[in-house]
Design a protein around this ligand. Structure first.
Ligand code: BDR
Ligand code: CA
Length: 310
């Protein structure tokens, strides 16, 4: 089983990423969950991560609260999509039973990597602040990172025409991560926009009938309504499960070697990921996911949900 650590800002789609990783069809062992300011502030994101651990019965996985703001820029949130709590729309209890461990998220990432004999895969589904902090604080972790399989960026944006939310929310951190030399697999908007949920998806998930499936269909209902209200869309991309789905079944996705630079200076392009395809192999710093097979993706997603007990 591949060891992973999930760094997240849950967030309805982060919640679905956790659900996939924790399901019994997953070949992944979750070593830790760390949280970061992103969709909402870090305290709310942390509370949501703990509530999700209760729901998914992740009793032994340590959860640590991480960065409360980006490295350099001011904080930016996305409560318009995810609701005030960051995870509106579900009937999950407001207060979690599970508690955090009393160590900073970036420190937990460092501790776990240094203590593990085998390299660990990092799965960031929020802004990259904690990962950048960990790399700066202890560069000795880099050889212990098997791969950073992240949701972020793309060849176009959603927060601005140029920038995707996770990268835009802390571009300085993203720059540190992409320049770190650690192997990266990038799941940006080009591919996550192919994982679209609509009203029919919600009904199919609700029909599964177990409490996890019910919570996911409630979250999707809220999420889809937000997209409909804000952008007039009848379907919504569920971004964050993509990197996890890749780790469970890489054959769902097509990736190619690229070089990625992160823009941190542009007046209109701050947070843009400049994806250079077809570069010489010594210039490659990431694998770029461009395509997914929607049928295979949704089959995996539904299968994962059916494994939870009723
Ligand atoms: C990303 O932004 C967040 O709002 C989502 O959770 C996802 O990680 C998509 O741009
Ligand atoms: Ca997220």
């Amino acid at each position: 089983n591949r060891k992973i650590m999930i760094d997240c800002d849950p967030g309805q789609d982060d919640a679905m990423a956790l659900m996939l990783a924790a399901s019994s069809i997953s070949n992944l062992r979750i070593e830790a969950i760390t949280t970061v300011a992103g969709n909402v502030d870090v305290d709310k994101n942390t509370r949501n991560a703990l509530r999700l651990c209760d729901l998914l019965e992740l009793k032994d996985v340590p959860v640590a609260k991480g960065a409360s703001r980006p490295l350099v820029r001011e904080m930016l949130i996305a409560a318009d999509i995810h609701g005030k709590s960051g995870l509106d729309g579900t009937a999950m209890p407001e207060q979690p039973v599970k508690q955090t461990v009393r160590v900073h998220g970036a420190d937990l990432i460092i501790e776990k990597l240094l203590a593990s004999e085998e390299a660990i895969t990092l799965v960031p589904t929020g802004p990259l602040t904690n990962i950048a902090m960990a790399i700066r604080k202890e560069p000795g972790i880099i050889p212990k990172i098997r791969e950073i399989v992240l949701m972020g960026g793309g060849t176009y944006g959603n927060r601005t025409p140029a920038a995707e939310f996770n990268i835009f929310a802390d571009a300085e951190a993203a720059k540190i991560v992409f320049e770190s030399g650690a192997p990266i697999a990038m799941f940006g908007l080009d591919v996550t926009h192919q994982a679209r949920a609509n009203a029919e998806t919600i009904e199919e998930i609700r029909a599964i009938g177990n409490p996890v499936a019910t919570a996911v269909s409630d979250m999707l209902t809220f999420y889809l309504n937000a997209y409909q209200g804000l952008l007039g869309r009848t379907s919504a991309a569920i971004h964050d499960p993509c990197p996890v789905a890749y780790l469970i079944d890489p054959s769902i996705f097509q990736l190619e070697p690229v070089h990625v630079d992160v823009e941190t200076k542009g007046e209109f392009t701050y947070g843009m990921t400049c994806v250079h395809k077809g570069v010489a192999s010594d210039h490659v710093n990431a694998k770029f996911a461009g395509k997914l097979d929607p049928k295979k993706f949704w089959d995996l997603f539904y299968r994962a949900l059916t494994t939870y007990s009723s």
